[in-house]
Structures are given as structure tokens and as C-alpha cells.
Design a protein around this ligand. Structure first.
Ligand SMILES: Cc1ncc(C[n+]2csc(CCOP(=O)(O)OP(=O)(O)O)c2C)c(N)n1
Ligand SMILES: [Mg+2]
Length: 523
């Protein structure tokens, strides 16, 4: 048995089952161990950056981390953008990377693929473990899994030098998975929070990604009912409560939310970090009477002072709060309804057609394109973990490969990705992955032959001095076909409806191109 066999077995013992990646000269022992073990579902990616996005998408849909396995040096650094996106959005994934031989590590003695991986990985991982001795493997695997699954869910990395992986070792006893520390309730803090909430007459609940990971949608609805609150979400919180709920005013940047937020006299933030993106560079009105629930003590009061901070799991804290709070009279309901009626410009037909045609529980991944940006407000999510966006690192090219990971997690249920032409071409090589595994994925490419989002900025901020934002693209239909994937070009609503309908009834991948050359001049 090699150390690589031990490593793979320990990962399995700690609950890991899915691995995206690409073998290299420094990971042949790891791949041999994967083959011998046989318990992992493995997927070859065509670029490790996309492979890391896949692992990210897998975790967002399933709630469970997957592995992105890379060779040393360039394999790991290719994956870095994906690790960073997961770090910024609080999503767990495990980067398992090969490494040059440990005997002369960091000597820069001419070993190919060598680069200071620990230093590179530290800022975007909760845990980085360099394996120097096979005996360390059980504890390092356990610590990596614990880091991903406890507190804020974030990436972990294991660095596996090839000479260590090749070592013959006798069987090591398995190590018990570490029980995740359950958060405890601070009774005094709950009382302070209940008092603060009792003073709110126009409360707003703002729910972020932490609420989704805690799975506290029901408790949020109950709290809103109890105290007469409106509900808004951040991007990562979208769908935690059905956006058609009479108390929901959607995403915090929706027209309805913007109409209501200035009138609130109290806010309860649940797993929500008040990021630059959410608060539009801290211009969003945040009432002084703020109660904040978060797993991470650093986040509580970081951007706005709090009346009460509740540390720990959101669901547990909400249950404790609900035990304290009486039904609260509120005349806020009419204002919420008025805000919901605020006149909206009609959403783009592309977006409304998707919402009208797709099932309630359809899983949609969007890239950082202009159209996906608009989906944040104009595409209501009805269930948690059904709408995904690279919310905080905002890595263009994420949407399509993340949807591949999401599709693996969805176990056959059809998944949709929405990309612009620019973002899609960044990771379109993964059409090969979709084809190889015949995934039920509908790949929508909104094609304006431009980096439209940036072109818009040039129009607004630089008096339409457009520069380096127009693109020449491949023929997307031929491109998909060359990978053996059927494709439709849909320049109008009727043909788009037909194609979406077809995709609902087909199995395997389908690419839909929506050419829209003049869109950037319309908005
Ligand atoms: C990795 C990375 N590179 C560049 C950017 C900057 N950026 C954000 S949106 C965008 C243009 C997106 O173009 P496209 O995918 O065609 O969508 P469109 O905005 O045209 O709808 C760019 C270049 C980014 N966010 N991430
Ligand atoms: Mg574009």
C-alpha cells in the first residue's frame, strides 16, 4: 500500500465522494490510488480552473464539498481562481494538489513544477496541509474536512509531494471523524436581541448565504410573521424564502427593496456580511437598530454597529429568538405591499421567458455577465439553492463549469447555465466534459459580441469612449456541434421558448445561443 492509497482511503472515510481534476506527472500515485479504491466518482476537467469551479458548483447545490485534484505547480495555480471564488463566497471545496519531492522542497534546485504553493494557497484557504510524512495523513485529512465543514464553510488544501505519495506504508488505523462543534446559545444575547427587535416597528430581515448553509428558511418566515417584517436577501441568500412570499421584496438591490429599505427602523441580518456588492459600496440604508446573527465573530459589527450580536448557527439562534418573541403589532404590512407594487421596467424578455418556462425548482447558474447581473433582481428564486452567481470574487467564466458541478450534484435533474459570450469563451473547453459525461445541462449563451457589462461602464463613466470591449466570437452552434453537442440559435422570444421547451424534454446537453448584438445600446 502506498501513502497515496492511505490518503485516498482517509478522504473516503471522512465522507468525500466526488473528485474533479486532471492527472499529471506529480499525481500519478494519487490517480493510481483512486483507481484501486474505486469508491470515488471522478470527472476529468480540461482546465483546472474550470475543475475548481465545478467543485464549487457541486457544493453549492449539494451542500457537500468535492475535491479538485491537480498536479503540482501550474495545475494548482490554474485552480486558484476557483479556490478564491469559493473562499470569497463561503463555499467548501478541497484542493488536493501534487507537489515536487519533499526531500528538496523549497530549495529551488531546478525541480520542475516547483513554486511556493503554501504561501500562494494560504490567503484563500481555511486550512493548508503539506504532507511531509505518511503518518500525518489521517490527522491532516481530518483537519481539512473539519475546516471545510465547520464555522464558515470555506476551502481547504492538501499538498501531496510525489515522493511521499509513492512511499510504501503499512496500514494506518482510521481516525474518527471529528464531531463538528455545535454552537451554543448565549441566553443574554438572545434577550438583548429580543429587546431590540421588540422596539422595531418597521423591521427588515436581510438573509445571506449563511442562512442558506444553515437551512433556516422556515425560521425566517416564522420570524417575519411574528414581528411583521419584510424579507430581503443578498445574492447568496436568494431563494432562502420564496420570492413570491407576501413579505419578500426580493434581492436587496431590487426596485421593491430599494423603495422599502429607507423606511425600515430595524434590521435583522442573518448570515449576511454587508459586502460592497450587497450594499452598493455601503450606500444601502442600514437602520441603527441592527441585530446580527453570524457564525463568524469577526463579522458581527464589522461594517455597522449592532444593538445585539448573536454568534453561532443561524437556525439555532432563530429558534431561541422565536421562543422569546411575542406576536408584534405592525402597520408596516401596507408599506411592504406598496413597495412590491413599485413600477418596474419590464424585465428583458430573455429573463422573463426563462422564469416562465422553467420549473419552480430549476437550478440556474449565472456567470458575471450583464444579463446575469439583471437576473439577480428580475429572476425570482422560489427555493433555496436554485440560483447561483459568483457573488464576491466575481470570476468571469465561472457560470458554465460551476453548472457542470451543480449538474453532477443534481443527479440527473436538468441544470441551466447562463453566460455571456465573453465569459463562456473563457471556459468553453468544458463542453468536452459535458459531452463525456452526457450531463443534463442546458447551456445558454447570450451573445452580444462584446464585454457588454464593461462596455456599459465605458458608456456611463467615460462618455461612450468604447475601447477593447468588442469581440469576435466562434460560431457557437458549430463549436457545440464539434464537441458532439446539439445547439440552437434563438434570436427572438418565440424560438427561445421552443428551445427551452425542447431542453425540458431532452436528455444530455443542449446549447442555446441567443444573439443580441444591439442590446448594450438599449440599456
Ligand atoms: C476573470 C475576470 N476577468 C475579467 C472580469 C471583468 N469583467 C466583468 S464582466 C465582463 C464582461 C462580460 O462579458 P460577457 O460574458 O460577454 O457578458 P456581457 O456583459 O456582454 O453580457 C468582464 C470582462 C472579471 N469579472 N473576471
Ligand atoms: Mg457579451
Amino acid at each position: 500500500m502506498t501513502a497515496a492509497d492511505i490518503l485516498i482511503d482517509q478522504l473516503y472515510q471522512q465522507g468525500m465522494r466526488v473528485l474533479f481534476g486532471m492527472p499529471g506527472s506529480h499525481t500519478t500515485y494519487i490517480y493510481d490510488a483512486l483507481r484501486n479504491h474505486g469508491g470515488f466518482q471522478t470527472f476529468i476537467c480540461r482546465n483546472e480552473q474550470a475543475g475548481a469551479y465545478m467543485a464549487d458548483g457541486y457544493a453549492r447545490v449539494s451542500g457537500e464539498p468535492a475535491i479538485i485534484c491537480t498536479t503540482a505547480g501550474p495545475g494548482a495555480t490554474n485552480a486558484l481562481s476557483g479556490v478564491a471564488e469559493a473562499y470569497a463566497d463561503n463555499v467548501p471545496l478541497l484542493l488536493l494538489t501534487g507537489e515536487v519531492n519533499a526531500d528538496r522542497l523549497h530549495e529551488e534546485c531546478g525541480n520542475y513544477h516547483e513554486i511556493g504553493l503554501e504561501a500562494i494557497l494560504k490567503p484563500c484557504n481555511k486550512y493548508v496541509g503539506l504532507i511531509r510524512n505518511p503518518r500525518q495523513i489521517p490527522v491532516q485529512v481530518r483537519d481539512a474536512v473539519l475546516a471545510m465543514n465547520s464555522g464558515r464553510n470555506r476551502p481547504a488544501s492538501l499538498i501531496a509531494p510525489q515522493d511521499i505519495m509513492a512511499k510504501e506504508v503499512s496500514h494506518l488505523p482510521p481516525i474518527e471523524p471529528m464531531p463538528f462543534l455545535a454552537s451554543t446559545i448565549d441566553v443574554d444575547a438572545i434577550e438583548r436581541a429580543a429587546l431590540a427587535i421588540g422596539r422595531m416597528t418597521k423591521p427588515i430581515i436581510i438573509a445571506g448565504g449563511g442562512a442558506v448553509w444553515s437551512g433556516c428558511g422556515k425560521q425566517i418566515e416564522q420570524l417575519a410573521e411574528r414581528i411583521g417584517a419584510a424579507i430581503v436577501t443578498s445574492l447568496n441568500g436568494k431563494g432562502i424564502v420564496d420570492e413570491r412570499n407576501p413579505r419578500s421584496v426580493g434581492h436587496a438591490k431590487s426596485i421593491s427593496a430599494k423603495a422599502l429599505l429607507p423606511h425600515a427602523d430595524g434590521m435583522i441580518a442573518i448570515g449576511c456580511r454587508f459586502t460592497e456588492v450587497l450594499t452598493s459600496f455601503h450606500t444601502m440604508p442600514v437602520p441603527e437598530n441592527l441585530v446580527q446573527i453570524d457564525l463568524d465573530p469577526q463579522q458581527i459589527g464589522m461594517s455597522y454597529p449592532v444593538e445585539a450580536g448573536l454568534l453561532g448557527d443561524a437556525k439555532m439562534n432563530l429558534l431561541a429568538l422565536l421562543g422569546e418573541l411575542q406576536q408584534q403589532p405592525s402597520d408596516w404590512h401596507d408599506s411592504i405591499q406598496q413597495a412590491k407594487q413599485t413600477p418596474h421596467p419590464a424585465p428583458e424578455w430573455f429573463i422573463s421567458t426563462m422564469r416562465d418556462m422553467l420549473p419552480e425548482d430549476a437550478i440556474v447558474f449565472s456567470d458575471a455577465s450583464e444579463m446575469a447581473l439583471r437576473m439577480q433582481s428580475d429572476y425570482p428564486a422560489y427555493q433555496p439553492r436554485t440560483f447561483f452567481y459568483p457573488s464576491n470574487y466575481i470570476a468571469l467564466g465561472w457560470g458554465f463549469p460551476a453548472a457542470i458541478g451543480g449538474s453532477v450534484a443534481a443527479q440527473g435533474k436538468r441544470v441551466y447555465s447562463v453566460s455571456g459570450d465573453g465569459g463562456f469563451v473563457m471556459t468553453c473547453q468544458e463542453l468536452a466534459t459535458v459531452k463525456k459525461y452526457q450531463l443534463n445541462l442546458t447551456i445558454i449563451v447570450h451573445n452580444d459580441s462584446a464585454y457588454g457589462a464593461i462596455k456599459n461602464l465605458q458608456r456611463r463613466k467615460h462618455e461612450a469612449r468604447y475601447f477593447d470591449t468588442d469581440l469576435i466570437n466562434p460560431d457557437f452552434i458549430h463549436l457545440a456541434n464539434s464537441f458532439g453537442i446539439p445547439a440552437k440559435r434563438c434570436p427572438d422570444q418565440a424560438s427561445f421558448q421552443l428551445a427551452l421547451q425542447e431542453s425540458l424534454n431532452c436528455s444530455g446537453p443542449l446549447l442555446i445561443e441567443v444573439p443580441d448584438q444591439w442590446r448594450s445600446l438599449r440599456i
